[in-house]
Write a protein that binds this ligand. Structure first.
Ligand code: SF4
Length: 213
């Protein structure tokens, strides 16, 4: 079902971008600007499994390169003492704490392993949260990550949290997403924890019920 959810996300973002332009705002995101790819990116468990399969399908040399980048980022996180905080972040309901973890993470300067020459090397498969991140503020605020000045395009609906919820078994223990940086470290539990397949129509009904309230 992921291509459907990606497609709907893209449509929602297109609508929001058009509305922002009509209101005289200018989308700052440009090819070659990749500051947001050093942020802490959440990815739903369904997307995580899909990305694991994508990595597995890559030619050997490319796959090794991507895996080495994930490993390096995890080593830096551990050395910085941020790994434990990050592991709890998905369950943390304290928004201020999550914000602080996000800033600490950005300061470590750990570009996403999929970033290649300032472009997303998996663009058609990129996570929903990456698709939803579009700004109208000065790119300098993204480069220095000044959250008080980064102005996101307001989306009429945000699809990613709906998918996180649909990927969550027990919401008190499982938010349905992981930080992208932990993709390979969590591979075993992600692949073992896949839900029983439901009929497509059931997924679509659940999704639209949440999307349309
Ligand atoms: S998946 Fe692509 S768009 Fe998302 S953070 Fe990584 S490089 Fe950037």
């Amino acid at each position: 079902m992921l291509p459907l959810f990606q497609n709907i996300t893209d449509k929602v973002v297109d609508i929001a971008a058009t509305e922002a332009s009509e209101q005289g705002e200018r989308i700052s995101c440009r090819s070659g600007c990749s500051a947001c790819c050093s942020q802490l990116v959440p990815v739903s468990k369904a997307e995580a499994v899909s990305l694991l399969k994508l990595i597995e399908s890559m030619p050997g040399a490319r796959r090794s390169e991507i895996e080495a980048r994930f490993e390096k980022n995890m080593v830096v996180l551990e050395e910085a003492g941020l790994l434990e905080a990050l592991e709890h972040a998905a369950l943390d309901h304290d928004k201020e704490r999550l914000r602080a973890i996000g800033l600490d993470y950005f300061r470590l300067d750990l570009p996403c392993p999929f970033l290649q020459d300032h472009s997303c090397s998996i663009h058609p498969h990129r996570p929903l949260s990456c698709r939803e991140f579009l700004v109208v503020s000065d790119p300098l605020y993204c480069a220095d990550l000044d959250p008080g000045h980064v102005k996101n395009v307001a989306l009429p609906k945000t699809v990613s949290p709906i998918i996180y919820e649909m990927c969550s078994g027990d919401r008190s223990r499982d938010r349905g997403f992981i930080p992208l940086v932990q993709l390979l470290a969590d591979a075993e539990s992600l692949l073992a924890g896949q839900p029983d397949p439901a009929p497509a129509v059931a997924w679509v009904r659940r999704f639209f019920k949440r999307l349309c309230g």
